[in-house]
Design a protein around this ligand. Structure first.
Ligand code: NAP
Length: 289
């Protein structure tokens, strides 16, 4: 088993770019996706395509998942044809999806029972960074396992941060997306405040974000809201999911997150009409309120 043999599960907005980076770096990549048609461009570029997560994972030194949510991750790792049971003991499982801390811990225990070490390695960065190989990996888990997976992560990312024990990457990622989600929801409200005030939003919103409220995320998303550019880099329902996961993680520790709940309601309100759009479309729910 060489570290060059990699299985990649999940070829959505992020996974497609990440798997392609691994191929460009010379890894021997087998891909799996629930909807098989998304594998066609990678197959054309030389990837092997597996029918099931188990078939992808058999013989791989490293199995990487980039999937929507807890149910998708559970299905890919532990489903009837799941990857974990097919993995070679000593191989490393890398979970890069944004998931609940509880599920990551459960998966870590299942992996250990199968002789596999799990790294929770969610990412910051979006579609463009996935395509460019400039993601930041936020890793929890065993340092030796990270050593085994490091070259693969470096093919997809420009920064690999080892945060600590298993689960710490998942916790960090939920805090990260909590802070992004509340800002994007508040930005949507500010944009509509400006529009309802009768001001020229194309002039006033850039002025607003040139000042103290201009964080990297508001600077990134404000132009999309103004131009109604909802080409998906991060599907809107994923942010509602992440806020809900953050609320659940910290409710378990006795910490309520009312700002997360309010922001989540904004994303959920927009999701009826904009489930296939970028999270910037949260502003449409406020516009119609
Ligand atoms: P996406 O485009 O929606 O892709 C989701 C992937 O999950 C697809 O491969 C999809 O398969 C699969 N999937 C969904 N439900 C499934 C199920 N029940 N069983 C099996 N597979 C299932 O999402 P993404 O933007 O690539 O994000 C992936 C993960 O990274 C998410 O956890 C997200 O929160 C996180 N993330 C996203 C970004 C971003 O900017 N986009 C940035 C950082 C982290 P199908 O093709 O069959 O639907």
């Amino acid at each position: 088993m060489t570290n060059d043999k990699i299985a990649f599960l999940g070829l959505g907005t992020m996974g497609a770019g990440m798997a392609r980076r691994l191929m460009t770096a010379g890894f021997d990549v087998t891909v799996w996706n629930r909807s098989p048609e998304k594998a066609a461009p990678l197959a054309a570029a030389g990837a092997r395509v597996a029918d099931t997560p188990a078939a992808a994972a058999a013989g791989a030194a490293i199995v990487i998942a980039m999937l929507a949510d807890d149910p998708a991750s559970r299905r890919a790792w532990l489903g009837a044809d799941g990857a974990l049971a097919a993995m070679t003991p000593g191989a490393v499982a890398v979970e890069s999806s944004t998931l609940t801390v509880d599920w990551v811990r459960t998966l870590g225990a299942e992996a250990a029972a199968a002789g596999v070490r799990l790294l929770d390695a969610p990412v910051s960065g979006s579609r463009q960074q996935a395509e460019e190989g400039s993601l930041r990996f936020l890793v929890g888990g065993d340092a030796d396992a990270l050593g085994q997976a490091r070259a693969a992560l470096e093919a997809m990312g420009s920064e690999i941060v080892h945060l600590g024990a298993s689960g710490s990457g998942a916790v960090f990622k939920l805090i990260n997306n909590f802070l992004c989600g509340v800002q994007v929801a508040s930005l949507a409200e500010a944009v509509v405040m400006i529009e309802r005030s009768g001001m020229d939003a194309a002039r006033i919103v850039p002025l607003l974000i040139a000042g103290a409220p201009g964080s990297p995320i508001t600077k990134l998303i404000a132009p999309r809201m103004l131009e109604r550019d909802y080409d998906p880099r991060f599907f809107l329902p994923l942010m509602a999911k992440d806020l809900g996961y953050a609320e659940a993680a910290f409710a378990a520790q006795g910490l309520d997150l009312p700002s997360a709940a309010v922001a989540r309601a904004r994303f959920e309100a927009a999701a009826d009409d904009h489930a296939g759009d970028d999270m910037a479309a949260v502003v449409e729910g406020v516009r119609r309120a």
